[in-house]
Design a protein around this ligand. Structure first.
Ligand code: ADP
Ligand code: MG
Length: 399
């Protein structure tokens, strides 16, 4: 694993000014955060630094202001939510650098926490302008990055600052990197990957990276239809990218060469309409899908066989639901396989890591998110890591 410094490597930080990049891009409803998972993730790092006597300055983006100030996108919008979750008062500082920040630091006592304004109000953030980063760094002693979810961006506060100040991974970043390393970087074999979701086109790079790294590639969701079509199966009205069947065949060839077994379903759950519990729902062999039917989930026999595959594996990485899980009964395969994976994890025989917006929703729906070894809520960064890409924010920490 790439090595990086953690909070364990900090010496005495009493009175030091620590810039902490966190993810406070919270979903809002009626002026309040509707989900504070991201604040909870950052809480241990913020409190640890504050309790060690540092003056903690939080850096975050909020929305997409594209280099301009909008009062509705100020990080002050989430100040109350952050205070509630970390159970401390924080001082809002409506700048990132300059005299206002300098004066605020003078007012903060050791152990106090400040919240700087939306880093994306300034064009230098997304441009990764070194002078912009230097101006922010001028008031600080240490940089801590605790926002893995923003690490796929080479921006001033996700990457640039790490080149200017002594840089450390926060606790949440550290946990994410360790989990991801255990899942794909340096995993215990055999490794299984579940890749599902709507389309092959959105996960092409993921599939191509995985075939060279895992022993079992389990394909479900809408993208399984494209692979089935490539194998000559008539998928009826299913979501299917017919123009990508060559690509699907190429991925299956690559898998063959790499000794990776590709698992496609041999039974499926189909319906004539995309709705919850439609009267037309039935389960059939993949070769029996009628011209007016859609495959909306993989079938029970396939799920059982996949459960048996997981029992032979030591490591699982999962991205994408196996079916249209938002509608019953097309959540069945995802729920069943997720429960098998969760049980194997709890037994200690499997290390399981999952990520992706809909995947996390599906695992929560199955009631097993807490039983996986690690659940990444990082979205884009998780996917880029699944693609085997180096994330600039992580690479900068690893120097
Ligand atoms: P994630 O957000 O975890 O990366 P995706 O966004 O790639 O996952 O995919 C999730 C979507 O895929 C869900 O909205 C789900 O309904 C859809 N999906 C899964 N299987 C099918 C299918 N057989 N037909 C149509 N849509 C499907
Ligand atoms: Mg999604």
């Amino acid at each position: 694993m790439t090595t990086f410094k953690t909070l364990d490597d900090l010496g005495d930080i009493t009175g030091k000014v620590v810039l902490v990049r966190v993810d406070l891009n919270l979903p809002m409803q009626e002026g309040r955060a509707s989900d504070v998972t991201r604040v909870e993730a950052a809480k241990p790092t913020i409190l640890e630094l504050a309790d060690k006597g540092a003056k903690v300055l939080l850096l975050a983006h909020f929305g997409r202001p594209k280099g301009q100030r909008y009062s509705t996108m100020s990080t002050s919008m989430v100040q109350g939510d952050v205070e509630r979750v970390i159970d401390r008062e924080i001082m809002f500082i409506p700048e990132l650098s300059g005299p206002v920040v300098e004066q605020s630091i003078g007012i903060l006592r050791n152990g106090d926490i400040g919240l700087l304004d939306n880093v994306r109000f300034w064009p230098g953030e997304e441009a990764n302008d070194p002078d912009f980063a230097k101006a922010i760094a001028a008031n600080a002693d240490i940089y801590v990055n605790d926002a893995f979810s923003a690490a796929h961006r080479a921006h001033a506060t996700t990457e640039g600052l790490a080149h200017i100040l002594p840089a450390y991974a926060g606790r949440s970043m550290e946990a994410e990197l360790k989990a991801l390393d255990a899942a794909l970087g340096n995993p215990q074999p055999p490794v299984a990957a579940v890749v599902g979701g709507a389309k092959v086109s959105s996960k092409l790079a993921v599939l191509e990276n995985l075939v060279g790294r895992v022993q079992h590639l389990i394909i479900g969701g809408g993208m399984a239809n494209t692979f089935l079509a490539a194998r000559g199966v008539d998928v009826g009205k299913s979501l299917c990218e017919h123009e990508l069947t060559d690509v699907a065949n190429r991925i299956m060839d690559q898998a063959d060469h790499a000794g990776c077994t590709v698992h496609l379903p041999y039974d499926v759950t189909v319906a004539k309409e995309f709705a919850a519990n439609p009267p037309s729902v039935r389960t059939c062999n993949v070769h029996e899908v009628a011209a007016d039917e859609m495959i909306l989930d993989i079938g029970p026999q396939a799920v059982e066989a996949l459960g048996d595959v997981l029992k032979t594996c030591r490591t699982l990485v999962w991205n994408g639901p196996l079916g249209a899980f938002e509608l019953e009964p097309f959540d069945s395969a995802t729920v069943a396989l997720a429960r098998t994976a969760a049980a194997l994890t709890q037994d200690g025989s499997l290390t399981s890591v999952a990520g992706g917006g809909d995947t996390v929703a599906a695992l929560n729906h199955a009631g097993v998110a807490g039983d996986f070894s690690y659940i990444s809520t990082a979205g884009g960064a998780f996917l880029e890591w699944m693609e085997g890409k180096e994330l600039p924010g992580v690479a900068a920490l690893a120097r």
